[in-house]
Design a binder for this molecule. Sequence first.
Ligand SMILES: Nc1ncnc2c1ncn2[C@@H]1O[C@H](COP(=O)(O)OP(=O)(O)OP(=O)(O)O)[C@@H](O)[C@H]1O
Ligand SMILES: [Mg+2]
Length: 276
Amino acid sequence: MPMTTDRNTRTQEQAEDVPLRVRGLVAGYGTRKILDGVDVEVPREEIRVILGGSGSGKSTFLRNVMGLEQPWAGSVELFGKPVDWSQGRPPDDSYKRIGVLFQAGALISSLTVEQNVALPLRIHNPGLSDALLRELAWIKLKQVRMEEAGDKMPGELSGGMRKRAGLARALATDPELLFCDEPSAGLDPVTSRSLDDLLLELRETLGITMVVITHELDSIKALADKVTYLSQGKIIFEGTLDEAAHGPQEVQDFLDRTPPDGDGKDEGVMAFNLED
Ligand SMILES: Nc1ncnc2c1ncn2[C@@H]1O[C@H](COP(=O)(O)OP(=O)(O)OP(=O)(O)O)[C@@H](O)[C@H]1O
Ligand SMILES: [Mg+2]
């Protein structure tokens, strides 16, 4: 193989090794700056957990990376290619290669679970027949062990099942990079645990890279290869949980806090989330 081709191939492969690369992200609402120069790189097959107090800008980070908000400055690269969401969908297929699990599943209540799961497929592949869409949706539901619930309406599902259905929909386009905003919010500890196990299984079997926002200590411990901690618009810590034990005091305090008593539900900590 000629050397230049070889080098180009290698460069693209290296770029692909980092599904998400964010540099100098500045973002906010109106005139209020929320993120002030954030750099994040998530290598392939890593589960990165984004931490920070309520209002620190975790969801804002996700919204800007996914093009739901326009960054004020900085760059976002998906799979080694810069994306500019302001021009609409990126010209390549990078948007098909990402999936998102919204808080509470964010299912469309007037569609069955199966129709919800098929929706992104229908949007991305208008030519697919209804029969094939059903089949593909069923495969995704099976992946999250929800194949029995395809004909149900979202309103008939428990909180945990809604999350699974949302996950099936997020997986519909076979994303290589999955964003999850507070996946276990509002779930009891056992259901939350099984959702974490499912995410780990998906990483193991499909090699999906994940960026997960959660403040649940059990989930952080179960999922995080590394954590990125946001405070006052900046990243004040990035590393493993072991390293965090010697990290800044704010990070240590966050991780040392005693889990709240009771039913494991969140109390007022999620003022804003992706689906708001
Ligand atoms: N659409 C919006 N318009 C105006 N301000 C917003 C909007 N969304 C979020 N904010 C503000 O931006 C700040 C960061 O919000 P963000 O939702 O990113 O925080 P967060 O870290 O996800 O918090 P939480 O842990 O509570 O979910 C907050 O002060 C919030 O009030
Ligand atoms: Mg949030």
